[in-house]
Design a protein around this ligand. Structure first.
Ligand code: C2E
Ligand code: CA
Ligand code: CA
Length: 500
C-alpha cells in the first residue's frame, strides 16, 4: 500500500521530472541572450571604429584646410571663396593680435568661435566650441598656428555640426540610439554621460583623448534577438523531439516493466519443452525447458521480448525460480529407466547466491532418483566471470550437468574449455545452417565437432530443420539433435515421453 507520505514523494518527484522539460528552454534562452549580446557588441564595435576613423579623417582634413589658409592669412577674399562650398567646415576664422581678421562667413568680428585670449602656443588645438545658435550644440574647433614675418596667425575652424553628426551616425543609423564625442572630460552633445554595459561601446580615434561613444538602439537588439531566436527553432525542435522519444521509450518500458513485474508476482509464465532426439535409438533423450509468458490479454509472448526487460530491471533470477519450480512440478510424477536430460536456461549471476546453489543441488538429487538429469544451460559469457565459474564447477561436482549454450557465438577461449569441466556443448543453429549451403562440407562445424570429441564432451546440436542436416550430423557422429525437424517447443502435455 502506498501511504500518503509516499504519495507526496512520488508527486514531488514527478514535479521535478516536469522541471526537466524546461531545462532546454532555459538553455536556449540563455544561448540566444549570449549570442544576441555578442552580435550587438560586434556590430557596435565595427560601427564605433568606422565612426572614429571618419572623425580622424575629418579633423585631419580641417587641419589641412587651416594650414592652407595660413599660407597667406591676409588674403581673406580668397579664403572666403575657397571655403564657400566646403562641407566639413562651418566657419573658419583667422585670428591675429587677439582679433578676428577674417571669417569665412564674411562678417568679421561678429562672434568668436573660441575664446581668443586662451589661444596658446600649440600648433594644433582641438576643443569643443559652442555653436552660434545654442550653447548646448557643441562642435569641434580645430586650431592651427603660424608665425609669419614676426606676426602670429591662428586659423580657427569650426567643424560643421550636421556633417559631424552624419559622419558619427547620430540619428542616421537605425542601429545606434545615440552617439557622442568625448574630448577629455567634455562631451558633445553637451553633458553626455559615459555609458557602461554591454550595449555601449567607446571607440578610440587617432587623436589622443578623443573618443566616440555609441549606444545600441532597441531596434538593433530586437533584430538580433529575433534572428537568433528563429535560428534556435530547429535546434529547440530537435531537442524536444529527442525528449519526446526518450520519454515515450521510458514510459513504454516503465509500463512494460510494471506489467512484467506483475506477471512475476502472478506467476503468469508457462513452460514449453523442446524434445532432444537421440538419433542412435530414435528416442527422446531429453528436453529443453523454454519459458513463455501467458499474457492475460495479449496471449503467448516469447522470451526474446521480455527477457531483456527482466534482465534490465533485475528480475531475471525471480523468473528462473519460477521456471525451475514449474519444470520440477511438471516432471513430479515421472520416472525414467534411461537417463533423461532436462535442460534449463540459467541467467548469469544466478548461481552466486549460495541458497540458490543449495536448493538446486537438493532438487537435482531428487530428480536424479527418478532418472532425470538436470542440465544447466549457460552461455559462454558466464564462464568469463570467475565467481560464476567456481559456482558452476561446484554444482557440477554435486551431480548437475553443465551445458555451454549457443557454443561458437560467444567469447569462450578454447583454452578455457580445457580447464573448465563441462558436460555438453550445444552447437548453435548458425553452424547447423552452414550444412549444404556452400559446399559439401561444413568445415567450422566439423572442427567444433572434432574438438568436442577430443575433449570428451557430449554434443547437442540446435536448430536442426532439414533431414540433410540431420544426416550430415549423424555421419559426423553427432546423435543428439534438437530442432523443428523433430518438434517445435510444445506444452508438457504434448510431449511423447518414453516412460511414465
Ligand atoms: P535458446 O536457449 O538458444 O533456445 C533455443 C531457441 O531456439 C528457442 O527459442 C527455440 O524455440 C528455438 N529453436 C529451436 N529449434 C529451432 C529450429 O529448428 N529453428 C529455429 N528457427 N529456432 C529453433 P525461444 O523459445 O524463443 O527462446 C529464445 C531464447 O530465450 C532462448 O534461446 C534462451 O536464450 C531464452 N530463454 C528461453 N527460455 C528461457 C528461460 O527459461 N530462462 C532464460 N534465462 N532464458 C530463456
Ligand atoms: Ca538454451
Ligand atoms: Ca541455444
Amino acid at each position: 500500500m502506498i501511504g500518503p507520505k509516499m504519495a507526496l514523494k512520488i508527486r514531488q518527484s514527478k514535479n521535478y521530472l516536469r522541471l526537466v522539460y524546461f531545462a532546454p528552454i532555459v538553455l536556449i534562452v540563455c544561448t540566444v541572450a549570449i549570442l544576441t549580446s555578442l552580435s550587438v557588441r560586434d556590430t557596435l564595435r565595427s560601427l564605433g571604429d568606422s565612426y572614429a576613423e571618419s572623425y580622424s579623417r575629418i579633423v585631419l582634413n580641417v587641419s589641412m584646410e587651416n594650414k592652407s589658409a595660413l599660407v597667406a592669412p591676409q588674403q581673406c577674399g580668397f579664403l572666403q571663396q575657397v571655403l564657400r562650398y566646403e562641407r566639413e567646415i562651418l566657419e573658419m576664422q583667422i585670428v591675429s593680435n587677439n582679433q578676428i581678421v577674417c571669417s569665412s562667413f564674411g562678417e568679421v568680428g561678429t562672434r568668436e568661435i573660441v575664446d581668443i585670449e586662451t589661444l596658446g602656443n600649440e600648433s594644433q588645438i582641438f576643443q569643443l566650441a559652442a555653436m552660434p545658435m545654442s550653447k548646448k550644440d557643441l562642435s569641434v574647433a580645430v586650431i592651427n598656428r603660424r608665425n609669419l614675418n614676426g606676426q602670429e596667425y591662428y586659423a580657427v575652424s569650426l567643424i560643421d555640426l550636421d556633417y559631424l553628426r552624419a559622419s558619427l551616425g547620430y540619428r542616421t543609423d537605425y542601429r545606434v540610439s545615440s552617439s557622442a564625442l568625448f574630448i577629455g572630460e567634455d562631451s558633445a552633445p553637451y553633458n553626455t554621460p559615459r555609458a557602461s554595459g554591454w550595449f555601449a561601446y567607446v571607440a578610440q580615434t587617432d587623436i589622443p583623448q578623443h573618443q566616440i561613444q555609441v549606444i545600441a538602439s532597441n531596434e538593433l537588439i530586437i533584430e538580433k534577438t529575433w534572428f537568433y531566436s528563429l535560428a534556435a527553432i530547429p535546434g529547440t525542435l530537435a531537442v524536444y523531439i529527442g525528449f519526446f522519444f526518450i520519454r515515450r521509450h521510458f514510459i513504454r518500458n516503465q509500463g512494460f516493466h510494471n506489467e512484467v513485474k506483475q506477471a512475476i508476482r502472478r506467476k503468469e509464465f508457462i513452460l514449453h519443452y523442446q524434445p532432444q532426439m537421440d538419433c542412435n535409438t530414435g528416442e527422446l533423450s531429453g528436453v529443453e525447458a523454454l519459458v513463455r509468458w501467458m499474457h492475460p490479454e495479449r496471449g503467448l509472448i516469447y522470451p526474446d521480448v521480455f527477457i531483456p526487460v527482466l534482465e534490465e530491471f533485475d528480475l531475471i533470477d525471480q523468473l528462473t525460480d519460477i521456471v525451475v519450480e514449474r519444470a520440477i512440478s511438471d516432471f513430479s510424477s515421472y520416472s525414467f529407466s534411461q537417463p533423461f536430460h532436462l535442460g534449463i536456461n540459467f541467467p548469469p549471476g544466478y548461481f552466486v547466491s549460495s541458497d540458490k546453489q543449495r536448493l538446486l543441488i537438493e532438487q537435482a538429487a531428487l530428480l536424479r532418483e527418478r532418472g532425470i538429469h538436470l542440465g544447466l544451460e549457460i552461455t559462454e559469457r558466464q564462464l568469463l566471470d570467475s565467481s560464476a565459474k567456481s559456482a558452476i564447477a561446484s554444482l557440477r561436482q554435486s551431480g548437475l550437468e553443465v551445458l555451454i549454450d549457443d557454443f561458437g557465438t560467444g567469447q569462450t577461449s578454447l583454452a578455457m574449455l580445457e580447464t573448465t569441466p563441462i558436460d555438453y556443448l550445444k552447437i548453435d543453429k548458425c553452424f547447423v545452417d552452414s550444412i549444404g549451403s556452400q559446399s559439401a562440407t561444413a568445415p567450422v562445424l566439423d572442427a567444433i565437432i572434432s574438438m568436442a570429441k577430443g575433449l570428451d564432451l557430449n554434443i547437442i546440436t540446435e536448430g536442426v530443420e532439414e533431414q540433410n542436416q540431420a544426416d550430415y550430423l549423424v555421419s559426423r557422429g553427432v546423435y543428439i539433435h534438437q530442432g523443428y525437424l523433430y518438434s517445435k517447443p510444445v506444452p508438457f502435455e504434448s510431449l511423447a515421453l518414453p516412460v511414465k
